[in-house]
Design a protein around this ligand. Structure first.
Ligand SMILES: Cc1ncc(COP(=O)(O)O)c(C=O)c1O
Length: 426
């Protein structure tokens, strides 16, 4: 049965996760499909930040490092995040940015590989991987005399040869939303003696994860996307406990020291994941991330990640079906896998009629998605991206987004020159 507005409203009314939307402060009338770039604002965040500023900072001042557990926050937040990643207590710290954390874990993985198998000096990745991952890998490979091998995703298996020391993949692709099988590719990396490093930027909070069961070696990810931690929220880092003792990351700042307040000469890494910290953390940003995690925790009595995943797939299925039915004839091409096992929580369409301008026209109608330019040398088309955060997106949102897209395309309103004006952030 094709979906209609009343059937979408019915799906919302039946949705056991519906109440979770109330934990967020979304502008009335807006359809927000960009939680894969910047998650929505949890209602609790403003009040919490005000309390941290006025009480913990204003009154508690320096004492709050002890009395309000500011110092422990990277670990406390890491422990709250760990179950959503398929990791254990003490295995995750929240800190720095994804790029910086990637630098740390790649350095560790490369050092371990070089020590164990000195002939394995290739870092393998996908050529369409998120640029920061490849930029970081490029710099590390140049520093350490490694070769960075970037290949088309479909050719990954044939390039996973015995010279590969580290396989670095983004679990859910930032452009297409295509998801790698983490267990399969971690195993394939291990089969050639390589370590598997995963970027979970588009996975954490979006899809079920089982880092330990899937035998990943290291992982990093963002706090500001599906985790709703706010713009520039701290990122996270996970290392398999079996690697911890050897994990000596190069950004050896005092927060990663075994005794940061002993002020002793000489660096000695903290015994646990604290060794992945570097310097002082943003307490305000960590407080905001705590509110994002709380929104997830409210989903636990309602089925947690399994229920969120089921809804996410239903939302993306509905969006794909409605776009294909109602926006036919405009040359939109689905860039996201139809197979649920290979799909994250976003849907991308290429749009030969001008993906950037169409997205701007949608934004003017309060339907917020985003645009990602394709790299012509890789044969990538420009795409429109739509993220579906099941915590706060509903089926009526899907209907309204597709209705707006149909209208923008059918009317040609996107051709107005104001929609072609480039923004620095797309
Ligand atoms: C896959 C992926 N990795 C890393 C990043 C960047 O992370 P950060 O800016 O926190 O370093 C992004 C940002 O969108 C991303 O999509």
């Amino acid at each position: 049965m094709p979906l209609t507005l009343p059937s979408c409203q019915h799906l919302d009314a039946q949705d056991p996760l519906r109440s979770l939307r109330d934990w967020f402060d979304l502008p009335p009338g807006m359809v927000y499909l960009d939680g894969n770039s910047l998650g929505a604002l949890p209602r609790a965040t403003a009040r919490r930040l005000q309390a941290v500023v006025q009480q913990e900072w204003g009154v508690g001042l320096i004492r709050s490092y002890n009395t309000a557990q500011w110092f422990e926050q990277p670990h406390l937040l890491g422990d709250r995040l760990a179950p959503w990643l398929g990791a254990g207590g003490g295995e995750v710290v929240v800190t720095d940015t994804t790029s910086v954390n990637l630098y740390k874990v790649l350095s560790v993985a490369m050092a371990m590989a070089a020590q164990d198998r000195p002939q394995q000096r290739v870092l393998l990745s996908e050529q369409g991987n998120f640029p920061t991952d490849l930029y970081m890998a490029e710099s590390l490979c140049a520093q350490h005399g490694w070769q960075l091998r970037c290949v088309p995703a479909v050719e990954l298996a044939q390039h996973l040869t015995p010279e590969v020391g580290v396989l670095m993949l983004t679990h859910v692709h930032y452009r297409t939303g295509a998801m790698w099988d983490m267990g399969l590719w971690s195993q394939r990396a291990h089969d050639v003696g390589a370590l598997a490093v995963w970027d979970l930027a588009h996975s954490a909070g979006a899809v079920p994860l089982a880092l330990k069961a899937d035998h990943a070696d290291f992982a990093v990810g963002c706090g500001y996307k599906y985790l709703n931690g706010g713009p520039g929220a701290p990122a996270f880092v996970w290392a398999h406990p079996q690697h911890l003792e050897r994990a000596s990351q190069p950004l050896s700042g005092w927060w990663g020291h075994a005794q940061p307040f002993a002020f002793v000469p000489g660096y000695e890494p903290a015994p646990g994941m604290g060794r992945f910290l570097c310097g002082s953390q943003s307490v305000l940003a960590m407080a905001a991330l705590g509110c994002g995690l709380a929104a997830f925790e409210h989903s636990l009595p309602l089925g947690g990640m399994a229920a969120l995943r089921q809804k996410s797939l239903a939302l993306t299925d509905a969006f794909i079906g409605l776009v294909q039915t109602h926006c036919a004839g405009h040359g939109l091409v689905l860039e996201t896998p139809l197979d649920h096992a290979q799909r994250g929580s976003q849907v991308s369409f290429s749009c030969p009629e001008g993906a950037y301008a169409v997205v701007q026209a949608l934004i003017e109608r309060q339907v917020i998605g985003d645009f990602r330019a394709g790299n012509p040398s890789l044969g990538e088309p420009d795409i429109m991206r739509f993220g579906f955060t099941p915590l706060y997106v509903g089926f009526e949102d899907v209907w309204r987004a597709v209705a707006a897209l149909k209208d923008v395309l059918d009317s040609g309103s996107w051709r107005d020159p104001r929609f072609a004006i480039p923004n620095p952030v797309t």
